[in-house]
Design a protein around this ligand. Sequence first.
Ligand SMILES: [Zn+2]
Ligand SMILES: [Zn+2]
Length: 453
Amino acid sequence: MTKIINVIKGTKDILPQDITLWHFMEEKALEIFTKYGYKEIRTPIIEATELFARGVGDTTDIVNKEMYTFEKSDKSITLRPENTAGVVRAFIENGMSRLSAPVKLWYKGPMFRYERPQAGRQRQFHQVGCEMFGIKEPTADAEAILTAVNYLKSLGLNDLTVEINSLGCPTCREEYKNNIKKVLKPYFNDLCEDCQTRYEKNPLRLLDCKVESCKAIFEKDEVKKVINSDFICEECAEHYRELKKYLDKLNVKYCENKLLVRGLDYYNRTVFEIKSNNLGSQNAVCGGGRYDSLVRNLGGDDTPAVGWAMGMERLYSLLEKMEPQKLDGYIVSTNSIEALSFAEELRSKGLNVEFDLQNKKFTKQLEKASKNAKYALILGEDEITNGTVSVKNLSTSIQKTVKRNVVKAEIKNLLKSSHKTMKINDTTVSVKNLSTSIQKTVKRNDVKAGIKG
Ligand SMILES: [Zn+2]
Ligand SMILES: [Zn+2]
């Protein structure tokens, strides 16, 4: 018998039975990022090796140990280990710095790292990410974080913690690096091998170390004091304060973490990570930050930038374990024609609705509704005669009868009241139509209607 050929170690097929969640993640990415003004970019999977050496940094594990590199016609080529460098290259090469700022680009696709395969680590994995160019103000940092948070929420990951830190600028960071080296000097021989290398090349990355014996050293009083010292200059501090102010205003829960430095060399000022607390344990699902010098380092004009990436396999494993998304409504009726036309009416209004295609007994239908939907929409004989529907909330069992044309509002209101909403409804905004120049002032919560009207 001929020997079968297996998938390469550290890679995986995504099979048809698993594709639904991938589509879901991709569709939500397009939907949410478009709302924030991002456009998708697709860059090649292979790039010049030099791009990552210069772009990601040759003191990082990614570039030192984990790249898939090969030679072809005397050129050194690498399978992309991440996509910020590729997006920056495309930004420069296609003259996007001439576009008016901000230029907002998002991407999704496979990345490659030659890592020891272990749970949650693949050699081919997928990332989705956003990069924003041209804005140095902390509004950009806040909006980038908000975009990531809202993307995660759209996937149903609601219990999130945002960790932030400021790495300062190259100037103020230099002194901090030296202080860290100074205080760690007596412990040099106790540091792990990686940290001993980092000590010379990039001392800030020591703080990233996950080795217990290193972590214990960082816990020592005199070391901790240096780590927690306020080293950033006034300009960087002001940037950081502003960022926190915006996050407060936007009701984004965050905590400050001085040990958060991120594994890459190019970050300055803001760095952040988002952790999901869904399913009990904490999982880091997003990492990002500001990288104001990368575009220049790769040969472009001086262009501030901020961005983030998420590992899609990590998201997948969280979503997979969550309750499946329920339908908005399940129509319970023994009158198939009425049920069918009512279902269509609600679908055309954007609700996810099903009814019993087999016209089973009323009680069977109700059972199915409880299992699959948030609301049972009951069309009995009385309701059909009166043009009404009885809406039953399947988690509270509260039921009320309403006119059919208000069902959507009824459901949305009930859904909304279970979520926290932002308290910005009292203020107004002036909406100007840029083709007619007609302007009007409306309540913030009426902006959508104002724009559509
Ligand atoms: Zn600074
Ligand atoms: Zn270490």
